[in-house]
Ligand binder design. Structure first.
Ligand SMILES: C[S@@+](CC[C@H](N)C(=O)[O-])C[C@H]1O[C@@H](n2cnc3c(N)ncnc32)[C@H](O)[C@@H]1O
Length: 253
């Protein structure tokens, strides 16, 4: 049966497009409290190095010059805090995420570390951002875009809220094409990660979804074409760790 809204992937299932967001929200609701710990366990701490590369690309000014970053699907604020720490007194970061539990963990981190005035947490959907046109100097999204049901809408919104001359940066799992490493990665993803997820969060299915969603995400060249089709210019990507992740970049010119 063809549905008006179309269909998409939720892990290895095909689901009506309008149902995906609710399913994704359930996953992050379930894992929010252990999310940061799980990132360290699953990636052996590598996510920190990947995020460092993202922060270097964001390159917030060190001095007092005003610089505004929107970190989309920013969850518990990991990228936001790193950019805030790398930037100077003029740097301000807005984390926008659809999930209240993930935002709650982030807000508590901001309060505990005295960074409430630098990093703010706001609930919103990447497909329909609650910000005026040309609001931010930079827009980032780390490990978030593959969870968004209508990726084209999120890209269009990122472009809309960027100032002219601003940069869009997207860190996402990619596709490993190093012979040998691909098989190892596949084994690790489908066996080890759900097992760790089950032990630490009690939710094996959430981590099954996360690894399936990586497999379903477009290959980096295709995703780069999507970024270009959204209207970004000077689009490029860099793969890291044998293609486990890629950092995509585009400019609003
Ligand atoms: C894997 S987490 C990434 C969190 C953070 N960026 C990081 O790197 O640690 C994915 C995040 O995407 C958020 N998300 C999913 N769909 C979204 C949407 N439509 N709009 C905004 N955020 C969304 C989830 O709530 C979750 O916090």
């Amino acid at each position: 049966m063809t549905r008006a809204g179309g269909e998409t992937h939720f892990g290895d299932q095909t689901v009506p497009l309008e149902e995906k967001q609710g399913l994704v929200d359930g996953v992050f609701h379930s894992v929010a409290r252990r999310y940061d710990l799980m990132n360290d366990l699953m990636s052996g701490g590598l996510h920190r190095a990947w995020k460092d590369v993202l922060v270097t690309a964001v390159n917030p000014p060190k001095g007092g010059r005003p610089f505004t970053l929107l970190d989309l699907a920013g969850g518990t604020g990991d990228v936001a805090f790193r950019v805030a720490d790398a930037g100077g007194a003029g740097t301000r970061v807005t984390v926008c995420d659809i999930n209240a539990e993930m935002l709650g963990v982030g807000r508590a981190r901001a309060t505990e570390s005295g960074r409430d005035d630098v990093v703010t947490f706001e609930q919103g959907n990447a497909e329909e951002l609650p910000y005026p046109d040309r609001s931010f100097d930079c827009v980032t999204i780390a490990f978030g875009i593959r969870n968004v049901p209508r990726i084209e809408r999120a890209l269009a919104e990122a472009l809309r809220v960027l100032k002219v001359g601003g940069r869009f940066l997207c860190l996402e799992f990619s596709s490993v094409d190093v012979p040998g490493l691909d098989k190892l990665y596949e084994f690790y993803s489908f066996n080890v990660i759900p097992a760790i997820g089950s032990t630490v969060t009690g939710d094996r299915e959430a981590y099954q979804y996360l690894v399936e969603s990586i497999r379903k995400f477009p290959k980096p060249k295709i995703f780069a074409q999507m970024i270009e089709a959204a209207g970004f210019r000077r689009v490029s990507f860099t793969q890291m760790t044998g293609g486990v992740v890629a950092l995509h970049s585009g400019w609003k010119l």
